[in-house]
Write a protein that binds this ligand. Structure first.
Ligand code: KG4
Ligand code: ZN
Length: 341
C-alpha cells in the first residue's frame, strides 16, 4: 500500500510517500522559516503564497524520490486541520485535484494525529493503546491513543501552547524566529537556577496546564531589567524557562500515567525536539519503569511523512473524504472528529 502525504498547515510545504503504513520511501520539506524570520513570526498570507509556489514541485520530488507515479498510489492524504486557513487550503485543494485527476481516494488527516504517528515510522513496536504528550507550536495536550484512529484528550493547555511560550520568550530575549530551538541552544550554557519562574496550576483540573503566566513572568522580568538598567543573562533565563516547562510537562505526564495505568508513553510535536524535555521525560520514565518513545529530531517538526503514515491508518479504517472536503483552522478537536469513529 502506497500513500502520498501532503502537509501545508503552517510554514512548511511537505510531501512524502509511505509504504505499508510505516516504511518511509521519501520525505521532502520546503521550509519557509528563513523568510518568516524577517518578521519575527509566520506571516499567514506569505505562507499561503509560498505553498502555492512550492506545492507542485515538492509533491513531484516526493514521488520521484520514492520512484512511484501517481497511478501507483493507493490514496492521497492531506492535513485538513488545524493550522493557518489559507495555508491549509492550498494543500487540501491540491490533494483534491490530484485525487480527482488520478482517481484515487482522498484521506483527510488531523495534523496532531499526524505528529503522534511520526513515532510509528521509527518505532514499529509502538502500538496503541498508550499515552502521548503532544507539544507543538499551537497545541499542548495529553492524549490517550486508544487505537491508531481513536484518540481521547485527557488534558490540554488553557491558554498558550508550550511552543508558543518558548517562541514569545525567545523573541523578548532577542533570539530569532523560530525561537524554541534557540532557547534550547542558549540553555546549554545557562544556569537554570538563576531565575525563579512560576509554575501555574489549573485549579481542579490537574491534567490541564497553563503557560501564559510563565510567559508573562519572563517578559516582565526582561522589561523590568530594561527599565532598571540590569543586564538579563539570556542563556540563564532560557535555561530556567526550559527547566520549568520541562518539569511541568513531565509532572503532568507522570500524573496521567498514574491515573490511567499506562506504562507506554510517547512524545510528539515540534517541542518534543527540546533536549531538556527529552532528558526530563526519559528520567521520569526510567524512574517509573515506563517505556518512552520519542520521534527522532527530523520527525518532531512539521513534515509530510507523519501525514502519510497517519493517512495510511485512516485509509485502512475507511476514513476517506469526498470532493467536498474543506479545511478548518481549528474547532475539530481530535477527541470529537472522525478519527474517533
Ligand atoms: O509541531 P511544530 O513543528 O508545528 C506546529 O504544529 O505548531 O512545532 C513548532 C514549535 C515551535 O514553537 C518551535 O519553536 C518549537 O516547536 N520547537 C522547539 C524546539 N524545536 C522546535 N521548542 C523547544 N525546543 C526545541 N528544540
Ligand atoms: Zn505541527
Amino acid at each position: 500500500m502506497l500513500i502520498l502525504g501532503i502537509e501545508s498547515s503552517c510554514d512548511e510545504t511537505a510531501a512524502s510517500v509511505v509504504k505499508d503504513c510505516t516504511e518511509l520511501k521519501s520525505s521532502v520539506i520546503a521550509s519557509q522559516a528563513l523568510e518568516h524570520q524577517k518578521y519575527g513570526g509566520v506571516v499567514p498570507e506569505l505562507a499561503s503564497r509560498r505553498h502555492c509556489e512550492n506545492i507542485l514541485s515538492t509533491v513531484q520530488q516526493a514521488l520521484d524520490e520514492a520512484e512511484v507515479t501517481a497511478d501507483m498510489l493507493d490514496g492521497i492524504a492531506v492535513t485538513y486541520t488545524p493550522g493557518l486557513i489559507g495555508a491549509l487550503l492550498v494543500g487540501v485543494n491540491f490533494a483534491k485535484g490530484m485525487a480527482f485527476a488520478a482517481g484515487k481516494p482522498l484521506i483527510p488527516v488531523h495534523h496532531i494525529t499526524g505528529h503522534i504517528a511520526a513515532n510509528y515510522l521509527v518505532h514499529p513496536e509502538l502500538k496503541p493503546p498508550y499515552l502521548c504528550l503532544v507539544v507543538s507550536g499551537g497545541h499542548t495536550m495529553l492524549v490517550e491513543v486508544i487505537k491508531y484512529t481513536e484518540f481521547k484528550i485527557l488534558g490540554t493547555t488553557r491558554d498558550d501552547a508550550a511552543g508558543e511560550c518558548f517562541d514569545k520568550c525567545a523573541r523578548v530575549l532577542g533570539y530569532p524566529y523560530p525561537g524554541g530551538v534557540q532557547i534550547d541552544k542558549a540553555a546549554q550554557t545557562g544556569d537554570a537556577k538563576k531565575y525563579r519562574l512560576p509554575r501555574p496550576r489549573v485549579a481542579g483540573s490537574e491534567l490541564d496546564c497553563s503557560f501564559s503566566g510563565l510567559k508573562t513572568a519572563v517578559i516582565n522580568t526582561v522589561h523590568h531589567a530594561g527599565q532598571t538598567g540590569e543586564i538579563i543573562d539570556a542563556p540563564s533565563m532560557a535555561a530556567s524557562l526550559q527547566k520549568t516547562v520541562s518539569e511541568i510537562l513531565t509532572e503532568k505526564t507522570e500524573l496521567a500515567a498514574q491515573r490511567t495505568g499506562y506504562t507506554t508513553i510517547a512524545m510528539a510535536g515540534g517541542v518534543s525536539a527540546n533536549s531538556g524535555l527529552r532528558a526530563a521525560m526519559q528520567k521520569m520514565c526510567d524512574k517509573n519503569g515506563y517505556q518512552l518513545y520519542m520521534p527522532p529530531l527530523s520527525l518532531c517538526g512539521d513534515n509530510a511523512a507523519m501525514i502519510a503514515c497517519q493517512g495510511s491508518y485512516n485509509f485502512l479504517a475507511g476514513m476517506t473524504a469526498d470532493e467536498s472536503l474543506n479545511a478548518y483552522a481549528s474547532g475539530t478537536a481530535i477527541g470529537e472528529m472522525k478519527e474517533t469513529s
